[in-house]
Design a binder for this molecule. Structure first.
Ligand SMILES: [Fe+2]
Length: 255
């Protein structure tokens, strides 16, 4: 089953032509990749995902990946997430080292996962040995939601950022939005991303966020999970950690 994905997906056509144009002209793009990935198979990895120890009601795994000199996608090893306060206003996360369980080996071994990451490096022009952070994160539960959840307008502290929606069940809201400014005066787009939709953006040029979400049916479980994939960090705190853990990595803008 998996092999058919690699065979059927021509890397040059992985992204719809409008994606390249959108990124060149407006610094962001939304497209659908349900034909390129086995979304149902990816969703099975949400069942055992561990809790985020730093943020209430969130679940997360992550891995640092790179393209090898041979052009394969490989896991680099452990390095904490390190977002400086300049990029993350949340007290639970800013200026802290955060460690998470790795993405599962069987997930990283999937041909459609490797094809996705490879196509992502090609879209952004990421070269061999540049660290790429891939996270699966989201919310799920049956209990009443924390009314304060939702992220304010922020940047992740990198240049190349994409957000792929994996699941959205019994959820109202959680609109994704982009602004040209951190104050939130120049709205560029606001839309509900459905599973299989991916938003690409230049994170050092735009600001993003997602609205809080509500349960459509308060008696039923809800969930919303995304994949966040990013590279070329402009956050010096993160770059220092990357240099310490991956001495031979190709880094962006190191201090
Ligand atoms: Fe973000």
């Amino acid at each position: 089953m998996q092999a058919t994905y690699l065979k059927s997906v021509d890397q040059r056509q992985y992204w719809a032509p409008h994606v390249h144009n959108d990124l060149a002209h407006q610094d962001w793009s939304v497209t659908d990749i349900r034909a390129q990935i086995d979304l149902e198979a990816w969703q099975r990895y949400l069942i055992d995902i561990p809790r985020d120890p730093y943020v209430n009601q969130r679940w997360k795994r992550m891995a640092w990946l790179h393209m090898t000199d041979e052009g394969d996608i490989a896991v680099m090893g452990e390095c904490p997430m390190a977002q400086g306060g300049k990029f993350n206003d949340a007290e639970s996360m800013a200026d802290k080292l955060r460690y998470y369980p790795e993405l599962e080996q069987s997930f990283m071994a999937r041909s459609d996962v490797k094809a996705f990451v490879k196509a992502w490096t090609e879209l952004w022009g990421i070269g061999p040995n540049e660290p790429i952070l891939m996270q699966i994160t989201g919310v799920k539960g049956t209990e009443k939601l924390d009314p304060l959840q939702g992220q304010g307008i922020h940047a992740d502290g990198c240049q190349c950022l994409s957000i792929l929606v994996l699941s959205r069940e019994n959820v109202r809201g959680a609109d994704s939005y982009l602004y040209a400014d951190k104050a939130g005066e120049q709205l560029l787009t606001r839309q509900v991303l459905e599973p299989g939709n991916i938003l690409h953006l230049y994170d050092d040029r735009l600001f993003h966020g997602a609205d809080s979400l509500e349960q459509e049916d308060p008696t039923a479980p809800y969930e919303r999970f995304i994949i966040i994939i990013n590279s070329r960090f402009v956050d010096s705190f993160q770059n220092r950690m990357l240099r310490r853990h991956f001495p031979h990595a190709v880094l962006n803008d190191i201090d």
